[in-house]
Design a protein around this ligand. Structure first.
Ligand code: NI
Length: 257
């Protein structure tokens, strides 16, 4: 395994017709994939996929958009899924005050419950944060003093990056690093230590240039790595190698060759 996409949604309907082909392109690129749960349905599906493919791992959790569907049974089932050997994290969980698809107080409760679950089962978290940084940080601090995980699809500047890095988090960098408007993000990535960065696609969303506007897939992580390499003045191989090492260590992933 040469590199890993730390955030893909391979259960998405976008891959309904050709998932096997998409995964074959991962194999061809020597690319591992973490497929991320966003609802109970997709969490179950992520575990199923990760159990089927050798270089695939899963996280389970309910995205803030779906927080309104969290009930008493949800955390119970997530805990059971988390016991599967292919599950390496809890996520994607967090807050989203941009789209507000679930009421904010409901989002906060669901986030807190799943953070506590992650603490209990001793798994790192995969966090979603959109226009909700202050509440996100307040809840993180109230649940635990130590933090292990990734701020997925980090889009902020160096000041925000520093706040998360100081808490112990890693930052997930994906397709938006290639979008022309994201100068402050590029400046942040230039300055963040490489060993605190994870590669991701968030596919099928956030397709990098040159395929922007089309469906995203894990193999396009190479365009993200290419941009990080350019910003840092290092080789793509160096980016691939370090981000793979970091992701394996953070999520306890063991690659059998
Ligand atoms: Ni995602």
């Amino acid at each position: 395994m040469k590199w890993i996409d730390s955030h893909a949604h391979l259960d998405d309907r976008a891959y309904e017709k050709d998932l096997a082909v998409v995964i074959a392109r991962c194999t061809e690129a020597d690319l591992g994939v973490m497929t991320i749960g966003a609802s109970m349905r997709s969490s179950r599906e992520a575990v199923r996929l990760a159990s089927r493919y050798r270089r695939m791992w899963a996280t389970v959790g309910v995205h803030p958009h779906n927080a309104k569907h969290v009930d008493a049974g949800t955390v119970h089932e997530l805990r059971a899924l988390a016991g599967n050997e292919r599950v390496v994290g809890i996520g994607e969980i967090g807050l989203d005050y941009y789209r507000d698809l679930s009421p904010r107080d409901v989002q906060r409760t669901a986030f807190r419950q799943q953070l506590e679950l992650a603490q209990d089962v001793e798994l790192p978290v995969c966090l979603h944060n959109r226009e909700s940084t202050d509440d996100l940080l307040a809840i993180l601090r109230s649940v635990s003093a130590t933090h292990r995980g990734v701020i997925h699809s980090f889009l902020g500047d160096i000041a925000l990056a520093t706040r998360f890095l100081e808490l112990g988090f890693h930052l997930g960098v994906g397709g938006p690093i290639t979008f022309p408007k994201n100068g402050p993000l590029r400046d942040a990535v230039r300055r963040i230590p490489l060993d605190r960065i994870l590669l991701e696609t968030d596919c099928p969303y956030l397709t990098p240039v040159p395929y922007r506007g089309r469906r995203n897939e894990p193999a396009y992580v190479q365009y993200v790595a290419e941009e990080i390499a350019r910003l840092k003045g290092i080789s793509i191989d160096a980016v691939a190698e370090q981000t793979l090492t970091t992701t394996k260590r953070l999520f306890g992933i063991e690659d059998g060759g």
